[in-house]
Design a protein around this ligand. Structure first.
Ligand code: C5P
Length: 286
């Protein structure tokens, strides 16, 4: 029997662009992604026997193959031709679910990384990312983490120079979003604005944090239903008025974040946003 505990960091989108719909039903994406210190904690334990037993601290989450963490374990078992006996996965969820922060994908990636270590499989990160692509579009990025460009349906990942260490205040409004619904709304709309991805890449290349902060942009904000868009805008304004260098929504939302170069400003902004949005967090970029 062996055990491993590891973190599954949340991701934020520094940019998110949708270039068009593909023949396979997915959308062609171009996104700059960033890992942050807000993370779930996973404990993996292998024991004699068979099957995957998964538990989480959130009773409403599926614990069967619909949970990406369990799906990842089964896919690795198949892809690597390994038999890990009985696998017990315990997930302590701290990253909000259905929030645009790839929490489920990051749990799946942590299972892939964790089993690779625990079972000494010696699979390269690139190969693990490839296996993860069969579990979900964001899993390959979550395997590699850090600052990266994600293209294709999200699974084509190119590492980028690390974002200079900074603070983030993350606020998740209470309303739910449906990823397929937002993609459908986008299909019916001609986008007026796109992120300056080339400018973002140049800002990262030169370690220009204000340049990064000024280029935060997510095309999904433009297709949110009116009252939800208002709520996202309101939270962004609160962050900006409290010293954020830039603010944006992440993924298909509804979570909003602001970037800060100084800890005390970020802490004060977190205090300001918390009464409006209890589901809020202070974190650092990784
Ligand atoms: O790959 P994943 O299972 O994470 O995708 C969830 C859903 O999001 C897909 O079924 C699809 O509706 C939408 N999607 C998309 N284009 C992408 C990624 C996701 O349309 N590039």
């Amino acid at each position: 029997m062996s055990t491993l505990t590891l973190e599954a960091p949340a991701k934020l989108n520094l940019t998110l662009d949708v270039l068009g719909k593909r023949d396979d039903g997915y959308h062609e994406m171009r996104m700059v992604m960033q890992s942050v210190s807000l993370a779930d904690t996973l404990t993996l334990e292998t024991a004699p026997g068979e099957g995957v037993a998964l538990s989480t601290n959130l009773g409403f989450l599926p614990v069967d193959g619909r949970n990406l963490a369990a799906a990842a374990a089964l896919r690795l078992q198949e892809a690597a031709g390994v038999d890990f006996g009985r696998l017990v996965i315990a997930i302590d969820k701290k990253v909000p679910v259905c929030a645009g922060m790839a929490g489920g994908s990051s749990d799946a990636a942590a299972v892939l990384r964790g089993l690779n270590t625990l079972l000494k499989l010696d699979i390269s990160p690139e190969k693990l990312a490839q296996i993860g692509a069969g579990v979900g579009s964001d899993v390959p990025y979550c395997v590699l983490g850090g600052t990266a460009l994600a293209e294709g349906r999200g699974e084509v990942v190119t590492p980028l120079p690390a974002l200079p260490r900074c603070w983030v205040v993350i606020a998740k409004p209470g309303f739910p979003v449906s990823t397929p619904e937002l993609f459908a709304r986008l299909d019916g709309k001609r986008l007026r604005c796109h992120p300056d991805t080339a400018g973002m890449l140049a800002a990262l290349e030169s370690g220009d944090l204000p340049g990064v902060a000024h280029r935060l942009f997510n095309v999904f904000e433009d297709v949110l239903p009116g009252h939800r868009r208002d709520r996202v805008d309101e939270l962004k304004q609160v962050l900006l008025h409290n010293g954020a260098m830039g603010a944006s929504m992440t993924g298909t939302g509804p979570t909003v974040f602001g970037l800060f170069d100084r800890e005390e400003v970020a802490r004060a902004a977190h205090e300001a946003v918390r009464p409006l949005c209890p589901d809020s967090f202070l974190a650092q970029t990784l």
